[in-house]
Design a protein around this ligand. Structure first.
Ligand SMILES: NC(=O)c1ccc[n+]([C@@H]2O[C@H](COP(=O)([O-])OP(=O)(O)OC[C@H]3O[C@@H](n4cnc5c(N)ncnc54)[C@H](O)[C@@H]3O)[C@@H](O)[C@H]2O)c1
Length: 333
Protein backbone atom coordinates (compact mmCIF):
# COMPACT_ATOMS: atom_id res chain seq x y z
CA UNK A 1 0.00 0.00 0.00
CA UNK A 2 1.01 3.64 -0.40
CA UNK A 3 0.91 5.01 3.14
CA UNK A 4 1.29 8.61 4.30
CA UNK A 5 2.97 8.97 7.70
CA UNK A 6 2.41 12.43 9.13
CA UNK A 7 5.04 13.12 11.78
CA UNK A 8 7.02 10.46 9.92
CA UNK A 9 10.47 11.78 10.82
CA UNK A 10 9.60 11.74 14.55
CA UNK A 11 10.38 9.02 17.06
CA UNK A 12 7.47 6.60 16.60
CA UNK A 13 6.81 7.56 12.96
CA UNK A 14 10.37 6.74 11.88
CA UNK A 15 10.32 3.30 13.51
CA UNK A 16 6.95 2.56 11.93
CA UNK A 17 8.31 3.68 8.55
CA UNK A 18 11.02 0.99 8.84
CA UNK A 19 8.57 -1.78 9.71
CA UNK A 20 6.18 -0.83 6.89
CA UNK A 21 8.89 -0.32 4.27
CA UNK A 22 10.52 -3.63 5.17
CA UNK A 23 7.15 -5.33 4.74
CA UNK A 24 6.98 -3.98 1.16
CA UNK A 25 4.73 -0.95 1.66
CA UNK A 26 5.58 2.41 0.12
CA UNK A 27 5.84 5.04 2.85
CA UNK A 28 5.70 8.78 2.31
CA UNK A 29 6.76 10.90 5.28
CA UNK A 30 5.13 14.28 5.88
CA UNK A 31 6.52 16.45 8.67
CA UNK A 32 7.11 20.12 9.44
CA UNK A 33 10.30 19.19 11.35
CA UNK A 34 9.24 21.17 14.44
CA UNK A 35 10.48 18.29 16.62
CA UNK A 36 12.66 16.20 14.29
CA UNK A 37 15.27 16.47 11.58
CA UNK A 38 15.23 15.59 7.89
CA UNK A 39 18.48 13.69 8.53
CA UNK A 40 16.19 10.89 9.67
CA UNK A 41 15.19 10.30 6.03
CA UNK A 42 18.75 9.34 5.03
CA UNK A 43 19.06 7.09 8.06
CA UNK A 44 15.83 5.32 7.19
CA UNK A 45 17.08 4.82 3.64
CA UNK A 46 20.24 3.27 5.07
CA UNK A 47 18.21 0.86 7.22
CA UNK A 48 15.73 -0.24 4.58
CA UNK A 49 18.05 0.02 1.56
CA UNK A 50 15.63 1.95 -0.61
CA UNK A 51 14.52 5.49 -1.27
CA UNK A 52 12.02 7.00 1.17
CA UNK A 53 9.88 9.92 0.02
CA UNK A 54 9.65 12.93 2.29
CA UNK A 55 7.52 16.08 2.02
CA UNK A 56 8.12 18.97 4.38
CA UNK A 57 4.90 20.64 5.47
CA UNK A 58 2.41 21.35 8.22
CA UNK A 59 -0.69 19.17 8.57
CA UNK A 60 -2.73 22.34 8.86
CA UNK A 61 -1.90 23.06 5.21
CA UNK A 62 -4.81 21.15 3.68
CA UNK A 63 -3.99 22.13 0.09
CA UNK A 64 -0.42 20.84 0.39
CA UNK A 65 -1.65 17.58 1.94
CA UNK A 66 -4.05 17.09 -0.97
CA UNK A 67 -1.25 17.67 -3.45
CA UNK A 68 1.12 15.25 -1.70
CA UNK A 69 -1.53 12.56 -1.25
CA UNK A 70 -2.63 12.86 -4.89
CA UNK A 71 0.94 12.73 -6.21
CA UNK A 72 1.75 9.60 -4.23
CA UNK A 73 -1.65 7.94 -4.70
CA UNK A 74 -2.01 7.50 -0.95
CA UNK A 75 -4.34 4.71 0.20
CA UNK A 76 -3.97 4.97 4.00
CA UNK A 77 -2.76 7.55 6.50
CA UNK A 78 -1.06 7.07 9.88
CA UNK A 79 -1.24 10.31 11.81
CA UNK A 80 1.68 10.71 14.21
CA UNK A 81 2.12 14.47 13.77
CA UNK A 82 1.41 16.27 17.00
CA UNK A 83 2.87 18.03 19.97
CA UNK A 84 3.30 15.85 23.07
CA UNK A 85 4.85 17.80 25.96
CA UNK A 86 2.36 17.79 28.82
CA UNK A 87 3.94 20.79 30.62
CA UNK A 88 3.97 22.87 27.44
CA UNK A 89 0.30 22.02 26.86
CA UNK A 90 -0.58 23.34 30.31
CA UNK A 91 1.30 26.58 29.60
CA UNK A 92 -0.06 27.02 26.06
CA UNK A 93 -3.26 25.00 25.51
CA UNK A 94 -4.23 26.88 22.35
CA UNK A 95 -0.99 25.74 20.72
CA UNK A 96 -1.99 22.14 21.47
CA UNK A 97 -5.55 22.42 20.21
CA UNK A 98 -4.39 24.29 17.08
CA UNK A 99 -1.72 21.77 16.29
CA UNK A 100 -3.27 18.49 17.41
CA UNK A 101 -6.99 19.06 16.84
CA UNK A 102 -7.02 21.59 14.00
CA UNK A 103 -4.16 19.65 12.36
CA UNK A 104 -6.22 16.44 12.42
CA UNK A 105 -9.32 18.18 11.05
CA UNK A 106 -7.26 19.55 8.16
CA UNK A 107 -5.87 16.08 7.44
CA UNK A 108 -9.32 14.46 7.54
CA UNK A 109 -10.66 17.14 5.18
CA UNK A 110 -7.87 16.40 2.73
CA UNK A 111 -8.56 12.67 2.99
CA UNK A 112 -12.28 13.19 2.52
CA UNK A 113 -11.69 15.22 -0.62
CA UNK A 114 -9.64 12.38 -2.11
CA UNK A 115 -11.92 9.62 -0.75
CA UNK A 116 -9.09 8.07 1.29
CA UNK A 117 -10.79 6.42 4.26
CA UNK A 118 -8.22 4.31 6.08
CA UNK A 119 -6.78 6.14 9.08
CA UNK A 120 -4.69 5.29 12.12
CA UNK A 121 -4.43 7.86 14.90
CA UNK A 122 -1.70 8.14 17.55
CA UNK A 123 -3.73 8.44 20.71
CA UNK A 124 -2.40 8.05 24.21
CA UNK A 125 -3.04 6.40 27.55
CA UNK A 126 -3.28 9.96 28.91
CA UNK A 127 -6.90 10.03 27.70
CA UNK A 128 -7.84 7.84 30.67
CA UNK A 129 -6.75 10.20 33.45
CA UNK A 130 -6.90 9.17 37.11
CA UNK A 131 -7.41 5.37 37.17
CA UNK A 132 -10.85 4.25 38.36
CA UNK A 133 -9.42 0.72 38.15
CA UNK A 134 -6.31 -0.91 36.69
CA UNK A 135 -5.26 -2.14 34.25
CA UNK A 136 -6.91 0.43 32.01
CA UNK A 137 -9.04 -1.35 29.45
CA UNK A 138 -10.50 0.46 26.45
CA UNK A 139 -13.86 1.04 28.17
CA UNK A 140 -12.27 2.68 31.20
CA UNK A 141 -13.74 6.23 31.59
CA UNK A 142 -11.81 8.94 29.76
CA UNK A 143 -11.05 12.06 31.75
CA UNK A 144 -7.70 13.57 30.80
CA UNK A 145 -5.94 15.73 33.36
CA UNK A 146 -4.10 18.09 31.01
CA UNK A 147 -4.65 19.90 27.68
CA UNK A 148 -2.42 17.43 25.82
CA UNK A 149 -4.72 14.59 26.90
CA UNK A 150 -7.76 16.74 26.11
CA UNK A 151 -6.47 17.32 22.58
CA UNK A 152 -6.11 13.55 22.02
CA UNK A 153 -9.59 12.85 23.40
CA UNK A 154 -11.14 15.58 21.24
CA UNK A 155 -9.67 13.95 18.15
CA UNK A 156 -11.00 10.57 19.27
CA UNK A 157 -14.48 12.10 19.55
CA UNK A 158 -14.21 13.58 16.06
CA UNK A 159 -13.16 10.18 14.72
CA UNK A 160 -16.05 8.45 16.47
CA UNK A 161 -18.53 10.86 14.88
CA UNK A 162 -16.85 10.54 11.49
CA UNK A 163 -17.06 6.73 11.59
CA UNK A 164 -20.75 7.01 12.56
CA UNK A 165 -21.44 9.37 9.66
CA UNK A 166 -19.95 7.16 6.96
CA UNK A 167 -19.63 3.37 7.27
CA UNK A 168 -16.80 3.25 4.74
CA UNK A 169 -14.26 4.77 7.12
CA UNK A 170 -11.74 2.34 8.62
CA UNK A 171 -10.24 3.97 11.69
CA UNK A 172 -7.97 2.78 14.49
CA UNK A 173 -7.32 4.97 17.54
CA UNK A 174 -4.24 3.43 19.10
CA UNK A 175 -3.72 4.40 22.72
CA UNK A 176 0.00 4.12 23.30
CA UNK A 177 1.46 3.55 26.72
CA UNK A 178 5.15 4.52 27.25
CA UNK A 179 7.25 3.94 24.14
CA UNK A 180 10.99 3.61 24.80
CA UNK A 181 14.08 2.08 23.17
CA UNK A 182 15.37 2.33 19.65
CA UNK A 183 15.94 0.45 16.41
CA UNK A 184 18.72 -2.17 16.60
CA UNK A 185 20.75 -0.29 13.97
CA UNK A 186 21.33 2.57 16.42
CA UNK A 187 20.47 4.95 13.57
CA UNK A 188 17.09 6.11 14.86
CA UNK A 189 15.77 6.52 18.39
CA UNK A 190 14.33 8.95 20.90
CA UNK A 191 16.37 12.12 20.69
CA UNK A 192 14.56 14.96 22.48
CA UNK A 193 15.96 18.48 22.33
CA UNK A 194 17.22 19.94 25.61
CA UNK A 195 16.84 18.17 28.94
CA UNK A 196 14.65 15.08 28.45
CA UNK A 197 11.29 15.04 30.23
CA UNK A 198 11.05 11.23 30.01
CA UNK A 199 12.84 8.58 32.02
CA UNK A 200 14.62 6.54 29.36
CA UNK A 201 16.31 9.34 27.37
CA UNK A 202 17.24 10.90 30.70
CA UNK A 203 18.89 7.65 31.82
CA UNK A 204 20.74 7.49 28.50
CA UNK A 205 22.25 10.87 29.17
CA UNK A 206 23.18 10.02 32.74
CA UNK A 207 24.90 6.90 31.41
CA UNK A 208 26.69 8.99 28.76
CA UNK A 209 27.80 11.48 31.42
CA UNK A 210 26.02 14.49 29.91
CA UNK A 211 23.66 14.60 32.91
CA UNK A 212 24.98 14.00 36.42
CA UNK A 213 22.22 11.97 38.04
CA UNK A 214 18.59 10.94 37.70
CA UNK A 215 15.99 12.60 39.89
CA UNK A 216 13.51 9.97 41.05
CA UNK A 217 10.31 11.83 41.86
CA UNK A 218 8.57 10.08 44.76
CA UNK A 219 9.77 7.05 46.72
CA UNK A 220 6.73 6.40 48.91
CA UNK A 221 4.05 5.55 46.38
CA UNK A 222 1.90 2.52 47.04
CA UNK A 223 3.81 0.46 44.46
CA UNK A 224 6.19 -2.54 44.58
CA UNK A 225 9.24 -0.45 45.53
CA UNK A 226 7.68 2.94 46.27
CA UNK A 227 8.62 4.51 42.89
CA UNK A 228 6.19 5.18 40.03
CA UNK A 229 5.29 2.34 37.69
CA UNK A 230 4.59 2.64 33.96
CA UNK A 231 3.87 0.33 31.06
CA UNK A 232 7.02 0.76 28.94
CA UNK A 233 6.78 -0.63 25.43
CA UNK A 234 9.62 -1.08 22.96
CA UNK A 235 9.13 1.35 20.09
CA UNK A 236 9.68 -1.41 17.51
CA UNK A 237 6.88 -3.45 19.12
CA UNK A 238 4.72 -0.34 18.90
CA UNK A 239 5.68 0.11 15.23
CA UNK A 240 4.72 -3.50 14.53
CA UNK A 241 1.40 -2.82 16.26
CA UNK A 242 0.65 -0.24 13.56
CA UNK A 243 1.23 -2.72 10.79
CA UNK A 244 -0.99 -5.25 12.53
CA UNK A 245 -3.68 -2.56 12.91
CA UNK A 246 -3.43 -1.67 9.23
CA UNK A 247 -3.82 -5.31 8.19
CA UNK A 248 -6.89 -5.50 10.43
CA UNK A 249 -8.40 -2.30 8.98
CA UNK A 250 -8.00 -3.67 5.48
CA UNK A 251 -10.60 -6.27 6.43
CA UNK A 252 -12.74 -4.35 8.94
CA UNK A 253 -14.50 -1.01 8.62
CA UNK A 254 -15.61 1.21 11.51
CA UNK A 255 -13.81 2.72 14.48
CA UNK A 256 -11.56 0.57 16.66
CA UNK A 257 -10.06 1.97 19.86
CA UNK A 258 -7.21 -0.20 21.06
CA UNK A 259 -4.48 -0.02 23.74
CA UNK A 260 -0.91 -0.67 22.67
CA UNK A 261 1.04 -1.62 25.78
CA UNK A 262 2.68 -4.67 27.32
CA UNK A 263 0.28 -5.02 30.25
CA UNK A 264 3.29 -5.29 32.59
CA UNK A 265 4.36 -2.18 34.49
CA UNK A 266 7.97 -1.49 35.50
CA UNK A 267 9.04 0.85 38.32
CA UNK A 268 11.57 3.67 38.00
CA UNK A 269 14.08 1.67 40.06
CA UNK A 270 13.58 -1.42 37.88
CA UNK A 271 14.31 0.72 34.83
CA UNK A 272 17.46 2.10 36.48
CA UNK A 273 18.66 -1.43 37.27
CA UNK A 274 17.94 -2.63 33.72
CA UNK A 275 19.74 0.36 32.26
CA UNK A 276 22.73 -0.22 34.53
CA UNK A 277 22.90 -3.77 33.22
CA UNK A 278 22.75 -2.49 29.65
CA UNK A 279 25.49 0.13 30.03
CA UNK A 280 27.62 -1.83 32.50
CA UNK A 281 27.97 0.88 35.13
CA UNK A 282 26.10 2.20 38.15
CA UNK A 283 23.87 5.18 37.47
CA UNK A 284 23.59 7.83 40.19
CA UNK A 285 20.08 8.69 41.35
CA UNK A 286 18.67 11.17 43.84
CA UNK A 287 15.23 10.97 45.34
CA UNK A 288 13.09 14.09 45.00
CA UNK A 289 9.52 14.90 46.11
CA UNK A 290 6.58 13.63 44.05
CA UNK A 291 5.73 15.83 41.07
CA UNK A 292 2.26 17.38 40.79
CA UNK A 293 0.07 15.47 38.38
CA UNK A 294 2.17 12.26 38.33
CA UNK A 295 0.09 9.11 38.78
CA UNK A 296 1.61 6.42 41.03
CA UNK A 297 0.97 3.62 38.58
CA UNK A 298 -0.80 2.86 35.35
CA UNK A 299 -0.65 0.12 32.76
CA UNK A 300 -2.61 -1.38 29.93
CA UNK A 301 -4.91 -4.28 29.58
CA UNK A 302 -3.40 -5.45 26.32
CA UNK A 303 -5.89 -8.20 25.39
CA UNK A 304 -7.89 -6.37 22.73
CA UNK A 305 -4.87 -5.76 20.50
CA UNK A 306 -4.13 -9.48 20.66
CA UNK A 307 -7.73 -10.41 19.96
CA UNK A 308 -8.27 -7.99 17.04
CA UNK A 309 -4.81 -7.56 15.53
CA UNK A 310 -3.12 -10.77 16.65
CA UNK A 311 -0.42 -8.52 18.10
CA UNK A 312 1.40 -8.62 21.42
CA UNK A 313 4.57 -6.83 22.53
CA UNK A 314 7.58 -9.14 22.31
CA UNK A 315 10.60 -7.20 23.59
CA UNK A 316 11.74 -7.13 27.25
CA UNK A 317 12.71 -4.18 29.45
CA UNK A 318 16.36 -5.28 29.09
CA UNK A 319 16.04 -5.07 25.32
CA UNK A 320 14.46 -1.62 25.59
CA UNK A 321 17.41 -0.37 27.66
CA UNK A 322 20.07 -2.06 25.52
CA UNK A 323 18.71 -0.49 22.34
CA UNK A 324 18.32 2.94 23.96
CA UNK A 325 21.91 2.79 25.19
CA UNK A 326 23.23 1.64 21.80
CA UNK A 327 21.42 4.52 20.11
CA UNK A 328 22.86 7.01 22.61
CA UNK A 329 26.39 5.77 21.95
CA UNK A 330 26.00 5.76 18.16
CA UNK A 331 24.39 9.16 18.22
CA UNK A 332 26.98 10.95 20.29
CA UNK A 333 30.08 9.43 18.73
N1 LIG B 1 6.22 9.26 22.69
C1 LIG B 1 5.24 9.06 23.55
O1 LIG B 1 5.47 8.84 24.74
C2 LIG B 1 3.79 9.07 23.09
C3 LIG B 1 2.81 8.47 23.90
C4 LIG B 1 1.49 8.50 23.48
C5 LIG B 1 1.15 9.12 22.28
N2 LIG B 1 2.13 9.70 21.52
C6 LIG B 1 1.73 10.37 20.28
O2 LIG B 1 2.38 9.74 19.19
C7 LIG B 1 2.67 10.69 18.17
C8 LIG B 1 4.13 10.59 17.81
O3 LIG B 1 4.90 10.82 18.96
P1 LIG B 1 6.50 10.82 18.95
O4 LIG B 1 6.94 10.36 20.28
O5 LIG B 1 6.99 10.14 17.74
O6 LIG B 1 6.76 12.38 18.88
P2 LIG B 1 7.78 13.19 17.97
O7 LIG B 1 7.74 14.60 18.43
O8 LIG B 1 9.10 12.51 17.90
O9 LIG B 1 7.09 13.07 16.54
C9 LIG B 1 6.02 13.89 16.14
C10 LIG B 1 6.40 14.49 14.79
O10 LIG B 1 5.33 15.32 14.36
C11 LIG B 1 5.88 16.48 13.76
N3 LIG B 1 4.84 17.52 13.85
C12 LIG B 1 4.30 18.08 14.95
N4 LIG B 1 3.35 18.97 14.60
C13 LIG B 1 3.26 18.94 13.25
C14 LIG B 1 2.45 19.60 12.30
N5 LIG B 1 1.54 20.50 12.67
N6 LIG B 1 2.61 19.30 11.00
C15 LIG B 1 3.53 18.39 10.59
N7 LIG B 1 4.34 17.74 11.44
C16 LIG B 1 4.20 18.00 12.75
C17 LIG B 1 7.14 16.77 14.57
O11 LIG B 1 8.09 17.52 13.84
C18 LIG B 1 7.65 15.34 14.86
O12 LIG B 1 8.56 14.91 13.88
C19 LIG B 1 2.26 12.05 18.72
O13 LIG B 1 1.00 12.37 18.20
C20 LIG B 1 2.19 11.82 20.23
O14 LIG B 1 1.27 12.66 20.83
C21 LIG B 1 3.44 9.67 21.89
Amino acid sequence: MNILLTGGTGYIGSHTAVVLAQAGHKVILFDNLCNSSNEVVGRLEKIVGKKIDFAEGDVRDTALLIEVMRTHQIEAVIHFAGLKAVGQSVADPILYFANNVQGTISLLQAMQQLQIKTFIFSSSATVYGEPVYLPYDEVHPTKPINPYGDSKLQVEIILRDLAQSDAQWKIACLRYFNPVGAHDSGLIGDDPNGIPGNLMPYLSRVAAGTLKYLNVFGKDYDTRDGTGERDYIHVVDLAEGHMAALDFLNKHAGLHVVNLGTGKPASVLECVRAFEKACGKPLPIEFAPRRDGDLPIYYAKADLAKQLFGWTAQRSLDKMCESAWYFEQMHNK
